[in-house]
Write a protein that binds this ligand. Structure first.
Ligand SMILES: [Zn+2]
Length: 353
């Protein structure tokens, strides 16, 4: 029947168009308004993002969304409302670090790490005391920036070379105890050096292989981002960032080894205190009349403030003070510094894991 055919065609068309509208509507992503959150005192963007399950990958979007509500240098203003961006999936394709003992770390296994140089490249795993712990070791400065410069007996001492040597020794120790270590400031050919006067060079890179910029803020941002990306990939593990520096003060000022943490981080404060107390014990044991005066305090440092892992920032001494210089130019003393830091970090792991 012509009439009823038309009729059914008509209804079929209506039905199909309704159906397509239905599918169109249900297949559209839900248009949610951005969620708003209030910044707490001391919040930085990373901390706020982290608290709400977001990551460093969402930083750009966050700044874009909240441009007008941010303080100078993209600081957060406590009590103010901020919009949260949609989560960006984190990239999972970081290159493997040649200095990271992924996989086999059983006691007795020997692993080769070229970054430690010919003499020290083979590392025997001695024990599993730090099994499961992950360390990001960041020695200060590097590349075009030597850091503080001291003079001693006609030699020029540069902060970045001495901090790097202690950092490599610490890395090697931690690996021996079964930890996973990422060496963030890296020199392709220095390795661990036993001489007193370490030649200044400029070929350090930032993990995995990035040219270090001269601009201080860019440089700090580069290494903090490298660490934060790794932190997010290793989420759920025990993780620490350790920054190692040498200070420069007037000649008369003996500053000892001292420790900084983020003001907001209770764990950072505990970890720094454990390290300091370990130094106190070691000095009492080895140089009982010396009187170690190292301190723990918080300080507003870019790397400490903007890093996701708990961070301890260490000054190994004053590059202009004769006693502090002995701690740096004698290879055995650099090794002792690394050993004491290792002992402290093992305590920190056992206490805070
Ligand atoms: Zn420094």
């Amino acid at each position: 029947m012509i009439f009823s055919n038309l009729n059914s065609n008509f209804y079929r068309k209506i039905f199909l168009s309704l159906l397509s509208v239905f599918f169109l509507v249900t297949s559209l992503p839900a248009q949610e308004l951005p969620q708003e959150v209030v910044a707490k005192p001391g919040d930085g963007i990373y901390l706020l993002l982290k608290r709400h399950g977001l990551s460093a990958n969402d930083l750009k979007d966050f700044i874009e969304l909240n441009r007008r509500a941010l303080g100078p240098n993209n600081t957060l203003i406590s009590g103010r409302k901020y919009k949260l961006p949609q989560a960006v999936p984190s990239s999972s394709s970081a290159p493997a670090d040649p200095a990271t003992p992924a996989g086999e770390t059983s006691a007795g296994v020997v692993r080769k790490f070229e970054i430690f140089g010919k003499k020290y490249e083979n590392v025997t795993i001695k024990n599993q005391e730090l099994k499961g712990a992950i360390y990001y070791l960041v020695s200060g400065h590097g590349g075009p920036d030597p850091g503080a410069i001291g003079k001693y007996g006609g030699h020029t001492l540069s902060e970045d070379e001495y901090a790097y040597d202690v950092t490599l020794r610490l890395a090697r120790n931690l690996i021996e105890s079964g930890a996973t270590v990422y060496i963030i400031t890296r020199d392709p050919n220095d390795g661990i050096r036993d001489e007193s006067f370490l030649k200044l060079d400029k070929d350090e890179v930032c993990y995995p292989n990035q040219t270090i910029p001269l601009n201080q803020l860019q440089r700090l941002k580069q290494r903090t981002t490298a660490v934060n990306n790794l932190f997010l990939q290793n989420r759920g593990s025990f993780q620490r960032m350790i920054c190692i520096h040498v200070d420069a003060r007037s000649r008369g000022e003996n500053i000892d080894v001292f420790f900084y943490h983020d003001e907001r981080s209770k764990t950072g404060s505990r970890a720094a205190s454990i390290l300091k107390n370990t130094f106190l014990e070691k000095y009492n044991q080895h140089q009982p009349n010396r009187g170690y005066k190292g301190t723990v305090s918080h300080r507003n440092l870019y790397e400490v403030r903007n890093s996701l892992p708990v961070t301890v920032y260490i000054e190994l001494g004053n590059i202009n003070h004769s006693r502090d210089i002995q701690r740096l130019i004698i290879a055995d003393n650099r090794q002792a510094l690394a050993n004491w830091l290792t002992a402290g970090l093992i305590r920190d792991f056992n206490t805070n894991k």
